[in-house]
Write a protein that binds this ligand. Structure first.
Ligand SMILES: [Zn+2]
Ligand SMILES: [Zn+2]
Length: 426
């Protein structure tokens, strides 16, 4: 009798302790979310006057631009692109996104397929505002801040879409997210009345829907950013940074050699290469990467064999910025400061900081019609099939002669000299 009473009291105590623990965890989380919301709001408030000035400036330069219409377009792009996370159908979103954003999505889908899982989720946008207007020498950029709630989870690959979505909706708790979506177009582009009404923004010819990559009439590449806005970056929680006032060493010299070259476009290419690297490492298939790296780097990747790198199955870029350009008579090299992370088996993010190096043969020039469509052939701007061939499907140019992966280096190996370090730690 006495022992059962004791067990009862202990049981009650354990129950009370657990309840208190849960309550305090929930309270802590609510406080944290409040803090995030307050901080974001403060940032937006500080921005308001400057933002208003810049938007008026944009409207006077481009009288066809309408901020409400733009936000509608951004929301539509957001919904379509986010839906593709679950449906894994990317045809309909080609025209809205740069090739690196598309590669990020498709690489993720390939990795999930490999792991026999799929993401199932639903979301609801609670607010979206234009957060920042920015310009560099070539491009105009609009950063949009989205707040949303999301419910999602990974489910078995065998479930059909409807069942998967239902599982996603019911099995997980809602997350509140804050994301910055960055759109760009060429600095001299203007809004045409017909834009986004299913016609080519360049010549007005009707576009065939679905897998529309280029106008069949005038051959304008729809996701180049030449004629219309294209999404080139998605950042979670990280606010977009303004184009640095301080010039990047070597960049103006490189632009002197290659006038159509642009910093954002170069960063887009670097991120495209990074996602392709992740894809080939996870799958243990170096051939997938052949098109994107120098012959020496490819030999190194091949030497690793077909071992799959499981820890990279969930990876994300935190930030990627052009840091310096080195030129000599033989080669042109671009260094990028890359912060990225991957999800470890212990259930936490592992942060990595590296210098990503790309290079190309000196004397190459950027095809100006390609713009943000950085997966296309650097010579003829033709789209490439997914079958990892290293020569262009159309003009037979060796694709790895474009900006190609040399390696990921430790920041300490990136010194003042333009010498290429020999060790590749990654
Ligand atoms: Zn056209
Ligand atoms: Zn070509």
């Amino acid at each position: 009798m006495e022992s059962s009473a004791l067990a009862f009291v202990v049981g009650i105590l354990i129950f009370v302790a657990l309840a208190i623990q849960q309550w305090s965890a929930r309270k802590k989380r609510a406080q944290f979310m409040e803090k995030v919301a307050a901080r974001t709001w403060a940032l937006e408030k500080n921005n308001v006057t400057r933002l208003e000035e810049q938007l008026s400036e944009l409207e006077s330069r481009d009288p066809g631009f309408d901020r409400t219409e733009f936000l509608e377009f951004a929301l539509q792009a957001f919904s379509r692109i986010r839906n593709s996370f679950s449906t894994r159908e990317f045809e309909g979103i080609h025209r809205y996104v740069s090739d690196s954003v598309l590669r990020r999505l498709t690489a993720k889908a390939v990795v999930d397929e490999f792991l026999e899982r799929r993401y199932a989720g639903t979301f609801q946008v609670t607010s979206h505002i234009i957060y920042m207007v920015d310009r560099d020498d070539d491009l105009e950029m609009l950063h949009v801040h989205f707040r949303l709630t999301e419910r999602g989870t990974y489910v078995s690959n065998e479930l059909d879409h409807e069942t998967a979505i239902r599982a996603g909706r019911t099995s997980s708790k809602a997350n509140t997210l804050s994301e910055f979506w960055s759109f760009a177009r060429r600095g001299d582009a203007t809004t045409k009345a017909m834009t986004r009404k299913g016609v080519c923004p360049n010549c007005g010819a009707p576009l065939e829907l679905a897998a529309t990559l280029a106008c069949t009439h005038c051959e304008a590449i729809l996701n180049s950013g030449t004629h219309d806005w294209v999404l080139f970056k998605i950042s979670r929680d990280m606010q977009p940074q303004r184009t640095p006032r301080k010039p990047i060493e070597g960049l103006s010299e490189l632009k002197h050699r290659d006038r159509a070259l642009n910093r954002q476009v170069l960063e887009d290419k670097a991120s495209l290469v990074f996602w392709k690297w992740i894809e080939s490492r996870v799958m243990g298939e170096p051939n997938r990467f052949a098109r994107y790296c120098t012959p020496e780097a490819f030999e190194k990747e091949k030497a690793r064999g077909t071992e799959t790198t499981r820890h990279l199955t969930r990876a994300a870029i935190v930030s990627l910025d052009l840091a310096r350009v080195d030129l000599d008579s033989q080669r042109e090299r671009s260094w990028f400061r890359l912060r990225w992370k991957y999800w470890t088996e212990d259930g936490g993010w592992q942060l990595r900081s590296n210098m990503l190096l790309l290079e190309r043969k000196a004397g190459q020039t950027t095809n100006p019609s390609r713009g943000m469509a950085t997966e296309r052939c650097h010579q003829c701007a033709a789209p490439q099939s997914d079958r990892d061939a290293i020569f262009c499907d159309y003009c037979d140019t060796l694709l790895s002669e474009d900006w190609s992966f040399v390696g990921l280096f430790q920041p300490s190996e990136f010194s003042g000299s333009s010498r290429i370090p020999t060790a590749s730690p990654a």
